[in-house]
Write a protein that binds this ligand. Sequence first.
Ligand SMILES: Cc1cc2nc3c(=O)[nH]c(=O)nc-3n(C[C@H](O)[C@H](O)[C@H](O)COP(=O)(O)OP(=O)(O)OC[C@H]3O[C@@H](n4cnc5c(N)ncnc54)[C@H](O)[C@@H]3O)c2cc1C
Length: 408
Amino acid sequence: MNDGNNYDVLVIGGGMVGLTLACALGQKTDLKIAVVEALEPGDIQPDDDYELRVSAISRASQQVFTNLGAWDGMQARRVSGYEHMHVWDSTGSGVIHFDAAELGVDALGHIVENKVTQAALLEQLHKIENIDWLCPAKVATIDYHEGSTSVQLEDGRRLNARLLIGADGASSRVREAAGIHLETAPYHQKGVVCVVKSTRHHAYTAWQRFLPVGPLAFLPLGDGRCSIVWSAQDDEANALVAMDEEAFCRKLEQAFEYTLGAVESVGPRAAFPLIRRHAEAYVKPGLALIGDAAHTIHPLAGQGVNLGILDAASLAQIIINADSNKQDFASYGVLRKFERWRRGENMLMMYSMSGFKNLFSNDRAELSMVRNFGLNLINNLGPIKHKFMRHAMGLEGDLPELAKCTGW
Ligand SMILES: Cc1cc2nc3c(=O)[nH]c(=O)nc-3n(C[C@H](O)[C@H](O)[C@H](O)COP(=O)(O)OP(=O)(O)OC[C@H]3O[C@@H](n4cnc5c(N)ncnc54)[C@H](O)[C@@H]3O)c2cc1C
């Protein structure tokens, strides 16, 4: 299909996940692709202050971006590698410490502003001739039909697609138009995020302290400051955002046990509701959901977008294979392979995160003993510890070719 507003693949949502899929498909096929994105993504200038929204990018996602040619652009903007991960429990002596050197790598992962990832992917996308970037353009209505779907944009344009991809985030219009039910479990918590300066350097470590209410993470940034994610009950999170800077800094350094000394300054704060969501189905004939449109998880292990990147890489692989074998890549049979592949992997991570959250958000003495014992045990058992480290780096599980060092 290659005429006018008719597309083989129409991706709704040009966030990190939608762009990853579009780049992968565009680089390996001649399919006619369009990406519809509502908001013009900004770029990062060297003098810009750090953005509020950052993600811990796993080694697996880094490999995907490297294979797509985007990692250089991300590094040229700015990424902050972390060599250590230090996790401890506020109610006991349990500690776990991961060190990149133990696995012979230079970094366990990188803290990257979402805007940096999006800008670098977009740079690659613009090099691909068979992709139309429709931005700013917002979806008005979606008329989903097996075989061909019609999408009306708010500016009046009508687009038709053999395969419609929902990469449009947690409130996905695509998911809604396809009538796919969403299983929702609110944590009744918000993640408070901001950039802070402490008196001590972060030592290239991703720090996480488990408080009874939820985890508090200090993620290292390139200039020595940290981006924090502080999970707290809804009303407490609102209060943390509303309180004056001085009071917030004092409360934060206490909650973090002065691990990086005093907190000297804090940037603008925002709070994001934390909700576990999982779409009942990822695919229908001629339609697939990826990233937050299919699932959202607790940010305690920083895995949300990493799961989405692996969704995109896996779906791309399946479509590319089907297309090269002259199969109908939009058929239910082909798309189901993607669903079977990714649903299990995502569920494992989602329920592990919920389990961790429940285990740690509890100050009952017996649970405290169990988790402190568990943390210390893992920390002291080499092979199990290495397995955990590889999980945290996104290197375990059934990885798509794009996430492997070779083969793309
Ligand atoms: C506090 C917090 C901390 C987090 N930390 C981490 C972390 O450390 N590591 C990690 O892996 N993940 C983290 N996450 C999760 C991560 O931010 C998300 O998983 C990720 O942003 C999802 O990417 P996405 O591309 O699927 O969706 P989104 O980023 O939501 O992108 C969707 C895109 O679709 C566009 N769109 C939506 N509707 C329409 C429409 N109708 N028409 C046109 N365009 C549309 C939007 O403008 C947007 O650009 C965190 C989340 C939170 C809340």
